[in-house]
Design a protein around this ligand. Structure first.
Ligand SMILES: Cc1ncc(C[n+]2csc(CCOP(=O)(O)OP(=O)(O)O)c2C)c(N)n1
Ligand code: SF4
Ligand SMILES: [Mg+2]
Length: 297
C-alpha cells in the first residue's frame, strides 16, 4: 500500500509512539512513557523543558548529579517529564525542600523550576531566604503572569491593569519586578529571558547551572487560555510576537526600571543582570565548622 502523506497510516499507533520515543533527540533525558504532557497548545512551558534539557547536555554536569525540584502548578509538572531525579513537592515549598537536600548532600546540583505563583506568592518567604543565604542552587521561574493551573487568577506578578479571572476590570495592584527583587535579596546570578529567546535562554541556564551560589532566571512565558485570552494574546504566537517587537537586551539596565507593563507597551528588558561570585551558604558553613573544630583542639 502506498504511504499516506503523513507516512504513518499503515502503522499501529503504538509503533508510531515507539518510533517517536526512539527518535526524539532528547529521549535520553525524557520520561517518554509519561507523554503526552498536560500543557495547552501555545503554552511556553514545553520550550522551557526543552531548553533546560539542552542546557543539561551543554553543562557537562552528569545527569546523575542533578536533582530537579518543583512545587505545584502547570510549570511544576515539568520535572515529572524529565528523566532526571525529580521531586514534585507541595505548593510553594520547592525551595525549602531543595535547600534541605543541598544541605544534606552538598555535592548535588539542585535546580528548582516552578511558576510565578508558586515561587512568589505562596512560596515568597522561602525564595527570599535562599537568595539571602546564597544557597548554591538554580531557580527558574516561569512567569506567565497568573495562576495558570487553577484557571488564571491574578497574583504577585500580574502587571497592573491586566485582566485575569479574579481581576476582570484590570488588576489594581503593583506587580513584583522579579530581577530587581532577586538582586536586592542577594541572588548572585540573575537573568531574564522569554520563551522566544531560546538561544540566550539555553546559554543562561547553562551558566546558572554551573554558577556557584544562588542563581535566578525569570522566563516570560505564554498562557493563551488564561492570561493571554484576557489580555489580547489569544494565541501563544501573538504573545511571542509581542516579545519579538518589545524586548530589548540590556545587561547593564537599571533593575529598578524594568518592571513589565503590557498595557503601556513598555519595552521589556531582558539580559544577564548579575553574575558575581560570593561565598555560598555551604562554603560559609564549612569555614565556621573548621574554626569551631580548631577551637576545640
Ligand atoms: C496549599 C495549596 N494552595 C492552593 C493550591 C491550588 N493551586 C494549585 S496550582 C496554583 C497556582 C499555580 O500558579 P503558578 O505557580 O503561577 O503556576 P502555573 O500554573 O501558572 O504554571 C494554586 C493556587 C494548592 N495546590 N495547594
Ligand atoms: S493553563 Fe496556561 S500555563 Fe497551564 S498548561 Fe495551559 S497554557 Fe500552560
Ligand atoms: Mg503562573
Amino acid at each position: 500500500m502506498p504511504p499516506s502523506f503523513t507516512g504513518f497510516t499503515e502503522k499501529k499507533m503504538e509503533d508510531v509512539a515507539l518510533e517517536i520515543e526512539y527518535d526524539h533527540p532528547k529521549s535520553r533525558y525524557l520520561r517518554t512513557e509519561r507523554l503526552p504532557h498536560i500543557w495547552c497548545p501555545g503554552c511556553g512551558i514545553g520550550i522551557v523543558l526543552n531548553s533546560y534539557l539542552e542546557a543539561v547536555g551543554k553543562s557537562g554536569i552528569p545527569a546523575e548529579d542533578i536533582v530537579l525540584v518543583s512545587g505545584i502548578g502547570c510549570t511544576a509538572r515539568l520535572p515529572g517529564y524529565s528523566n532526571i531525579d525529580s521531586y514534585h513537592t507541595i505548593h510553594g515549598r520547592g525551595i525549602a525542600f531543595a535547600t534541605g537536600m543541598k544541605v544534606a548532600n552538598p555535592a548535588l546540583r539542585v535546580s528548582v523550576i516552578s511558576g510565578d505563583g508558586d515561587l512568589f506568592n505562596i512560596g515568597g518567604n522561602h525564595i527570599m531566604h535562599a537568595a539571602r543565604r546564597n544557597v548554591d542552587m538554580l531557580v527558574i521561574c516561569v512567569n506567565n503572569f497568573n495562576y495558570g493551573m487553577t484557571g488564571g487568577q491574578h497574583g504577585a506578578t500580574t502587571p497592573i491593569g491586566s485582566r485575569t479571572a479574579s481581576s476582570p476590570y484590570g488588576s489594581t495592584e503593583d506587580s513584583f519586578n522579579l530581577p530587581y527583587i532577586m538582586a536586592a535579596l542577594g541572588a548572585s546570578y540573575v537573568a531574564r529571558w522569554t520563551v522566544l529567546h531560546v538561544r540566550q535562554l539555553v546559554q543562561s541556564i547553562t551558566r546558572g547551572m554551573k554558577h556557584r551560589g544562588f542563581s535566578f532566571i525569570e522566563i516570560l512565558s505564554t498562557c493563551p487560555p488564561n492570561f493571554g485570552k484576557d489580555n489580547n494574546f489569544p494565541s501563544g504566537f501573538s504573545e511571542m510576537e509581542h516579545y519579538r517587537q518589545f524586548c530589548t537586551v540590556d545587561n547593564t539596565a537599571n533593575l529598578r526600571e524594568i518592571s513589565i507593563d503590557f498595557l503601556a507597551k513598555k519595552p521589556i528588558v531582558l539580559g544577564e543582570f548579575v553574575n558575581e561570585r560570593r561565598k555560598t551558604y555551604h562554603e560559609r558553613e564549612e569555614q565556621v565548622m573548621k574554626m569551631a573544630q580548631g577551637d576545640q583542639q
